[in-house]
Design a protein around this ligand. Sequence first.
Ligand code: ZN
Length: 80
Amino acid sequence: MKAARIVKVDEPLQVQELQTPKPKGSQILIKVQSSGVCHSDVHVWEGYYEGIDGQPLRTTDRGVKYPLTPGHEIAGIVVH
Ligand SMILES: [Zn+2]
């Protein structure tokens, strides 16, 4: 499968070929037809969130690991 991934923060996404995941247990596999980009995706791409006091909170300090595939607002077809 192809995925547009954040490899390094604040750099263009890279389209990569990845192994199609195999669902386990109660998981399902969805063939993504489209995906929205929400503001949390932008924060992950920028590499930080703005804290309550305006201080930047680095995504890596909050457990985010790169590379990753952004987009959690998807529409698709259940294939398995
Ligand atoms: Zn969202």
